[in-house]
Design a protein around this ligand. Structure first.
Ligand code: 13P
Ligand code: SF4
Length: 333
């Protein structure tokens, strides 16, 4: 457990007031006295440790808008991790994101608030599986989604994220590629590029729950509703969407197009985080939660900084090969 010595004193209230004002639209005022002492202490410890907090777009608003220094999708977080000059990087996301940050920053301390924050896609495949596929399809390039372990990345030619998968697969100039492990993202890439995809049957446990029927029902109820969907969704869902893109892509779409009413077919916190910046836009909010992303809480972030836990370590030989696949992606991206 984290030890929090400060209470919601007048000093903490005054110090955190400007932060609360940024999130007043998404965090009820009655909850602020609970969050504020953690926010104040985390901010202090970040300075003391020269630490930076990277938060994925699915983090709860009280992490995303109050203590995070950099927010974004998997690609944005990987790029920012490669750029930071902090000594310590706390990744509020899931384990593969922290591993990616470690791969591009081998000399820095990378921490995760909860080691159990995994991912159904990353859990669906091992390095041995990739070696078997290479034997079965000799010479076919292996493209791996970043939602994988470092061990799987190490067996791959290049990584992709949802934000650059189409661009990177096209850049290979191959007629067919092995695309791992997200079957639906692979199908989406095939539909956008015409390139033959040899897919794996991995799925995101959050996005696979959406259905085309659900989206058609939204449209019927509200023909003006703009539907944005993440490419981890099944093909019949993507067929109904007005826009398909990464979490950052969806966020940028809202900023650019300012739809009156919008639904984001993705994880639940995404709409809360984007809506904080656009109070005039109405967000329809189906709530599919990612249980892994939700393992991160303000008390665990504080504990992570207090005890410098849980450090992400990657075997140097695996890290070396995995880094090559990630760096190739960053070079193309
Ligand atoms: P993004 O890279 O689009 O943020 O997606 C990461 C993820 O885990 C989606 O489920
Ligand atoms: Fe993995 Fe899906 Fe959770 Fe993203 S939302 S971390 S793909 S389980």
């Amino acid at each position: 457990m984290s030890v929090i010595e400060q209470s919601y004193s007048p000093a903490v209230s005054a110090q955190t007031r400007p932060i609360f004002e940024r999130v007043a639209h998404v965090i009820p005022e009655v909850e602020w006295p609970i969050h504020a002492p953690y926010v104040a202490e985390i901010q202090r410890l970040k300075r003391e440790r020269n630490a930076v907090i990277l938060a994925h777009n699915y983090q709860v608003p009280e992490i995303y808008h109050t203590v995070a220094d950099i927010v974004g999708d998997s690609l944005g977080l990987a790029m920012e991790a490669a750029r930071t000059d902090a000594d310590v990087i706390v990744v509020c996301g899931v384990h593969f994101m922290a591993e990616t940050a470690k791969l591009v920053n081998p000399e820095k301390t990378v921490l995760v608030p909860d080691l159990r924050a995994g991912c159904s896609l990353a859990d669906s495949i091992t390095g041995a599986d990739v070696r078997l596929l290479r034997e079965r399809y000799p010479g076919v390039p292996v493209v791996t989604y970043v939602n994988t372990s470092a061990e799987v990345k190490a067996e791959s030619d290049i990584c992709v994220t949802s934000g650059n998968a189409v661009k990177i697969v096209k850049s290979l100039g191959a007629e067919r590629v092995i695309f791992l492990p997200d079957e639906y993202l692979g199908k989406y890439v095939a539909s956008q590029t015409g390139i033959e995809i040899i897919a794996w049957k991995g799925h995101c446990e959050v996005h696979e729950r959406f259905t085309g029927n659900q989206l058609r029902a939204y449209r019927q109820d509200d023909p003006g509703l703009v539907i944005l969907a993440h490419p981890e969704c099944p093909p019949d869902v993507l067929a109904e969407a007005d826009y398909v893109g990464s979490t950052q892509g969806m966020s940028s779409y809202v900023e650019r197009m300012r739809p009156a009413r919008v639904v984001m077919i993705t994880e639940c916190s995404m709409a809360s985080n984007v809506s904080a910046n656009f109070p005039e836009i109405e967000f329809v909010r189906p709530c599919n939660l990612c249980p892994h992303m939700k393992r991160n809480t303000l008390p665990k972030v504080l504990e992570s900084l207090q005890k410098m836990q849980h450090e992400v370590i990657v075997d140097p030989e695996i890290a070396h090969r995995a880094r090559v696949a990630v760096q190739r992606m960053l070079d193309v991206a």
